[in-house]
Design a protein around this ligand. Structure first.
Ligand SMILES: CC(C)(COP(=O)(O)OP(=O)(O)OC[C@H]1O[C@@H](n2cnc3c(N)ncnc32)[C@H](O)[C@@H]1OP(=O)(O)O)[C@@H](O)C(=O)NCCC(=O)NCCS
Length: 381
């Protein structure tokens, strides 16, 4: 009989579930690497397409490889007309994440094929899925607002095309770059809950669409995705720079949490927040909509000293709502924007899981009753 580690690890806290080459995080030092490359360099110099290539192939592409990969993604953005007709019937008032989860699952009905496919076929599906994610979210947004979906434009990059499909007009360079950087910063983050959900599903040798559908379900929860919306709501609720201090002191004196602050892993400012702070400032200055940026900055100034002892600092979601607001993205879409960015990371992890697969099947510590005598219903008290 196999020897068993009988320790209980509630929430799998501090459990290393598998070896991985995708992402390195040092939460004490604020270091985040995708495949060994610093998030700071990727955010400044890369594109989402290049980052997706890096995550999927475990190396940066050559110029020609990147050109080919860009074309491959651009050529696969379209959705079957039949699928769009079905999506049009989805409840318009539903949470966008519910409709996104269902739409990605539906994509699987068109493209997944039988379970247990080769790694090559799964890579192909993963690229197609990454390419289609923005199209799905943009179509969901337009249809719930009684607008016709906009067909993808192959000449635009991944992020620029997303904004184009969302708003029906070509975005300028600043907006495109901001969206691109946001996607890069959300592309990957180790064994977070949604990624683990994807890995559990693919470990049964299911298919990549099922794995990503599981991931979207996990991302929907307020303990995972959803914080960008909450953080932005807080800024709106505060309303003015002059009210920040009293808000923060009151919230913290009542043991409340400030949304967009704190992280299970980072015990210092989340490195992604630093870039989003810069981008949200640029966008706010461009649009002249500086109110929420100014409130956020003041909230940082006030809350950091108050939370220093607990090592609670701004996280990735603190500034992302301001970025989205300045890009004309409504609050109901915030979590699905996270999903668009994260799609490449989910795919990279499902492929890595398949390369050295072991069915993920932990044990429970059973605390229920044992060996009870069955009593027929008419004799039960
Ligand atoms: C992200 C989060 C769930 C991490 O939680 P965690 O690692 O389990 O840490 P805890 O919630 O146990 O927090 C540890 C301490 O810091 C405090 N703290 C954590 N986040 C805080 C916040 N945003 N504002 C104020 N205090 C906070 C807790 O109250 C707790 O204090 P205590 O020890 O006096 O009880 C938590 O920081 C949080 O709820 N943040 C707000 C939501 C958010 O922005 N989520 C997005 C994360 S990317």
């Amino acid at each position: 009989m196999q020897s068993r580690d009988t320790h209980l690890h509630i929430g799998l806290v501090n459990v290393q579930m598998a070896e991985s080459r995708v992402c390195f995080i040092d939460g004490e030092a604020g270091i985040l690497l995708y495949r060994g490359y610093s998030i700071n360099d990727l955010a400044r110099y890369s594109t989402y397409e290049e980052v997706a290539y890096l995550l999927l192939y475990d190396r940066l592409p050559t110029t020609q490889e990147l050109k080919d990969f860009n074309s491959q993604l651009a050529s696969q953005r379209g959705l079957p007309a039949e699928l769009l007709r079905t999506v049009e019937q989805f409840p318009k008032r539903a949470n966008v994440m519910d409709n996104l989860r269902t739409a990605v699952s539906l994509l699987g009905s068109y493209y997944a094929g039988p379970a247990g496919q080769s790694l090559e076929k799964n890579l192909e599906s993963g690229i197609s899925l990454t390419a289609k994610f923005p199209t799905v979210v943009a179509a969901l947004h337009r249809m719930r607002n009684n607008l016709k979906p906009v067909k993808p434009e192959a000449s635009l990059p991944h992020a620029g095309n997303f904004l184009y499909m969302l708003h029906g007009k070509r975005p300028d360079e600043v907006a495109t770059r901001a969206m691109d950087m946001d996607f890069i910063l959300h592309a990957e983050h180790g064994f977070n809950a949604s990624t683990v959900a994807a890995r559990v599903t693919i470990s049964t040798l299911s298919d990549i669409y099922s794995a990503v559908t599981s991931a979207i379900g996990a991302l929907k929860g307020p303990l995972h995705g959803g914080a960008a919306g909450e953080a932005f709501k807080t800024l709106k609720q505060i309303g003015s720079v002059g009210d920040v201090e009293s808000y923060a002191r009151k919230a913290l004196s009542q043991d409340g949490k400030i949304s967009g602050f704190g992280h299970r892993v980072y015990k210092i400012t989340d490195p992604r927040a630093v870039h989003l702070r810069e981008v949200s400032k640029q966008l706010a200055e461009k649009t002249g909509n500086l109110r929420y940026f100014a409130i956020a900055q003041r909230l940082e100034e006030v809350a950091i000293p108050l939370l220093k002892e607990k090592r609670v600092y701004p996280n990735v979601d603190f500034y992302s709502g301001i970025v989205y607001d300045n890009l004309g993205i409504p609050e109901d879409l915030f979590d699905s924007i996270f999903a668009v960015g994260r799609s490449a990371g989910w795919v990279a992890h499902t492929l890595e899981q398949l390369q050295d697969n072991k069915l993920i099947r932990p044990l429970e510590k059973y605390t229920g009753r044992t060996e009870s005598a069955y009593v027929p219903a008419n004799k039960r008290k």
